[in-house]
Design a protein around this ligand. Structure first.
Ligand SMILES: [Ca+2]
Ligand SMILES: [Ca+2]
Ligand SMILES: [Ca+2]
Length: 266
């Protein structure tokens, strides 16, 4: 005997709905852990003062542009700043520095001036969403572990590295940069240097995934309903979108496993 099965799920945020603008740009408020990763830092430059030579580098591990506006960058103490405006491309680096980079031979993507310093002993570089959710953080206990003027490059950039989120281990997750910079420094600001990047495609953010799933379910159900002589030809289904919630029920899913199987297809 047929029984009714009712299902519903919430589409948390209907983002990127416009077919006219398929290229999504993520915002800092929607970022998932490790969507940005600190890939390099130079805490103790040589040939220039620390206030004119420190930098750190981040990498966008997603397949989308990210608008970094309102991203919070801070240590565990009082150093902090909020990014005013910067777009980082998919699978791309961005360099943050406390100076214009001229003496070190590169152009930073963002200058934070004196609002943050990288202490040569122990310090932190944390990336946080505007709601203060941690995205990625480096905590080091020796800012020139490899020697003065030698930046720390992340060994391997993979989301499977569990220690990334809460602070890589010096000497294990980071290695000494070997690419020469002016004034006797070493580093790879804005490029991989010795960092091995091996990232699987990053899933769509939840809001986009859910919306896509909703459309997929809808389309799939409708196909099943209209299939002449198909196994579900007797399906009687009613569904509607009620604000952000998609509701549906059917009298012909005799086995709740059908629903599970359907969801499993998405
Ligand atoms: Ca320093
Ligand atoms: Ca600091
Ligand atoms: Ca680098």
């Amino acid at each position: 005997m047929a029984r009714w099965i009712t299902y519903s799920f919430r589409i948390s945020t209907l983002l990127f709905l416009s077919a006219a603008s398929p290229a999504a740009t993520l915002t800092a408020a929607t970022l998932s852990p490790n969507s940005l990763v600190v890939t390099e830092y130079l805490a103790n430059p040589v040939g220039v003062s620390d206030s004119e030579g420190e930098y750190f580098e981040i990498f966008n591990t997603t397949n989308f542009d990210i608008d970094l506006s309102d991203l919070i960058i801070r240590d565990d103490g009082s150093n902090n700043f909020i990014v005013s405006s910067l777009i980082i491309g998919p699978a791309s680096f961005a360099v943050f520095s406390n100076f214009d980079g001229v003496s070190m031979g590169f152009t930073p993507d963002y200058i934070y001036s004196g609002s943050m310093s990288l202490t040569n002993t122990d310090d932190e570089i944390g990336l946080y969403r505007p709601d203060d959710m941690l995205i990625n953080k480096v905590a080091y206990s020796d800012g020139d572990f490899f020697g003065d003027g030698i930046s720390h490059e992340l060994n391997e950039l993979t989301l499977a590295t569990p220690s990334l989120l809460f602070g890589p281990q010096l000497g294990m997750d980071y290695m000494a940069a070997v690419s020469g910079l002016p004034l006797g420094n070493f580093g790879s600001p804005g490029f991989a240097g010795g960092t091995s990047i091996d990232l699987a495609p990053v899933p769509l953010p939840p809001a986009v995934w859910m919306f896509g799933a909703a459309l997929s379910i809808l389309g799939w159900i409708r196909r099943r309903i209209t299939a002449p002589g198909g196994i579900n030809e007797e399906v009687d289904i009613d569904e509607k979108c009620d604000g952000p919630v998609l509701h549906g029920h059917s009298s012909s899913w005799r086995d709740p496993g059908h629903l599970d199987a359907m969801l499993g297809r998405i």
